[in-house]
Design a protein around this ligand. Structure first.
Ligand SMILES: Nc1ncnc2c1ncn2[C@@H]1O[C@H](COP(=O)(O)OP(=O)(O)OP(=O)(O)O)[C@@H](O)[C@H]1O
Ligand SMILES: [Mg+2]
Length: 274
């Protein structure tokens, strides 16, 4: 196994007008609660990731992480500020540029794993049989061929997340938005899944925005980590994590440079002392 070198980077990504990464400038998003109160989910959020980067976003529950992904995915517009994904800022453009994996796996229980993944193509108008034929090589490539015919109820939680991820990948979009992909998994499965995702992204590079509660997961999978404040979410720290990828997880998380970054991120997450 190759040894892992982690260094804090001095360089910042430089997204341009033509960048196919993601960019948010002064994004504010407000909601009206069911009681009629105003809820400010995000306030003045600045964030960017260059093409091919994995931007991991960590922050306390309710700070607007899912809201951020929904905005990028084109499911809504900010109340203030601007944002772009995949080189386009219009809502239709963002809808076309992003593949969104929501916080729950949302596999259809009556469809096989293969048919669930193929849905990403069917919604684009590809006939069902052709969609399945196109999905199958991805199952083979990621060692999941034997599970292609299984129903979601027959699969473990980790396996269901792999299928949901393949479906996201199959959409063929330049930007992947992953909301807590391993949030419901136990820690052993979660560690295995992190390695699996790192390998999958090395094989199929994309610009990724990965939301997670887990600082280690953010540092392991991200090339850049954004730490958000409690609601309304603002950027409180941004850490660059350059390294070769995929990284061997066990070696990476015990690397002193990794631990130093982890401490920085955890300190940024701590609420200010009164
Ligand atoms: N459609 C909506 N209508 C009203 N309030 C909303 C809506 N969507 C989100 N909110 C509120 O905005 C805030 C941010 O929610 P969001 O789901 O983005 O948080 P989160 O960081 O993803 O939380 P978690 O880590 O628990 O998933 C919360 O207070 C939530 O109640
Ligand atoms: Mg959320």
């Amino acid at each position: 196994m190759a040894t892992t070198q982690l260094r804090a980077a001095a360089t910042e990504p430089q997204p341009t007008e033509e960048s196919v990464g993601v960019e948010l400038r002064g994004v504010t998003r407000r909601f009206r609660s069911s009681r009629g109160d105003e809820v400010v989910a995000l306030r003045g959020l600045d964030l960017s990731a260059a093409d091919g980067e994995v931007l991991a976003v960590v922050g306390p529950s309710g700070c607007g992480k899912s809201t951020l992904l929904e905005l990028l995915a084109g499911l809504g517009d900010p109340d203030e500020g601007s944002l772009a994904a995949g080189g386009t800022s219009s809502r239709e453009g963002r809808l076309a540029a992003c593949a969104y994996m929501p916080q729950r796996d949302l596999l259809l229980p009556w469809r096989s794993a293969l048919a669930n993944a193929a849905l990403a193509l069917e919604v684009q108008g590809v006939p069902a049989a052709a969609a399945r034929r196109r999905a199958l090589p991805l199952f083979e490539r990621f060692g999941l061929a034997e599970f292609a015919g299984a129903l979601p109820a027959e699969l473990s939680g980790g396996m269901r997340q792999r299928i949901a991820f393949l479906r996201t990948l199959l959409a063929g979009r330049p930007v992947l938005l992953l909301d807590e992909p391993f949030g419901a998994l136990d820690s052993i499965t979660r560690a295995a899944m992190q390695e699996w995702l790192a390998e999958a992204l090395a094989a199929e590079p994309r610009t990724v925005v990965l939301v997670t509660h887990d600082v280690r997961e953010a540092l392991y999978l991200g090339t850049r980590v954004a730490v958000l404040s409690p609601r309304p979410g603002r950027l409180v720290a941004e850490l660059a994590v350059p390294s070769e990828s995929p990284r061997p997880r066990r070696e990476t998380v015990t690397d002193p440079a990794f631990t130093a970054l982890e401490e920085q991120a955890l300190a940024a997450l701590e609420p200010p002392r009164p």
